[in-house]
Design a protein around this ligand. Structure first.
Ligand code: DC
Length: 216
């Protein structure tokens, strides 16, 4: 079974997808982590998010791997480095590059070959990566609510956070992710819309499990 969950930054896709996967005995794939890993590795090397031969050559030297919930680039664990506010800011321009997206496509599709199936979350899962997914969900929430969740998460981790800055960054990522030419963030055809603005995490998980169970 393949469950595709798409939606904007901060809609709660990762947490909810992990729980749905665990309830249904499926694997979990966080595709944003793959984009973050490549963006981080290119940024560290000083390669700007510009298409062309240089980008192609650099990408051919980078191998991303997923193992035990961790993300590796050329064997180095980058799981922590890809979750910083800096990584949040740089990832969208890199993920708008067609070269970078095609570099990750097969890796994402391969993950569905293991176990009983997969819950994959991202921006183009139901439209491009798994267009024939058994269940497609478009999970969203207002920009203000998503920024508030990120703000609370950062405070809970003991990190400094300014709500207005987070809201601006959420809006900017929405803009880049939805207006790019390749694989823009959109509600895939045949997907179920869930607006989690005033729903608890548990309610969202139960709703997705209900939809998945009905589709069997
Ligand atoms: O879900 P996230 O915030 O970790 O995603 C990080 C970035 O990666 C996001 O700004 C857009 C990009 N992304 C994408 O373009 N396609 C995906 N399937 C997943 C993420």
């Amino acid at each position: 079974m393949i469950i595709a969950i798409d939606g904007p930054a901060g809609a709660g896709k990762s947490t909810v997808s992990k729980k749905v996967a665990s309830k249904l005995g499926l694997n979990f794939l966080d595709t944003g982590a793959l984009y973050r890993a490549l963006a981080y590795a290119l940024d560290v090397k000083g390669i700007p998010p510009v298409p062309g031969d240089e980008m192609g050559e650099e990408l051919s030297k980078l191998e991303v791997e997923l193992s035990g919930g961790m993300v590796y680039v050329n064997g180095a664990d980058v799981s922590k480095q890809i979750r910083t506010p800096h990584a949040d800011r740089i990832v969208s321009p890199y993920s708008a590059l067609p070269q970078l997206r095609s570099h990750l496509l097969e890796l994402q599709r391969r993950q569905a070959l293991f176990g009983k199936g997969i819950v994959a979350e991202g921006r183009d899962i139901g439209s491009i990566v798994f267009p024939r997914a058994d269940v497609k969900i478009f999970l969203t929430a207002s920009a203000e609510e998503r920024a508030m969740r990120r703000y609370r998460e950062r405070l809970a981790k003991g990190e400094a956070a300014i709500y207005d800055e987070i809201l601006l960054s959420v809006r900017e990522r929405d803009r880049i992710d939805s207006t790019r030419d390749v694989a823009p963030l959109l509600k895939p055809e045949g997907s179920h819309l869930i607006d989690s603005s005033s729903m608890s995490e548990e309610q969202v998980v139960d709703e997705i499990v209900r939809i998945a169970t009905m589709s069997k």
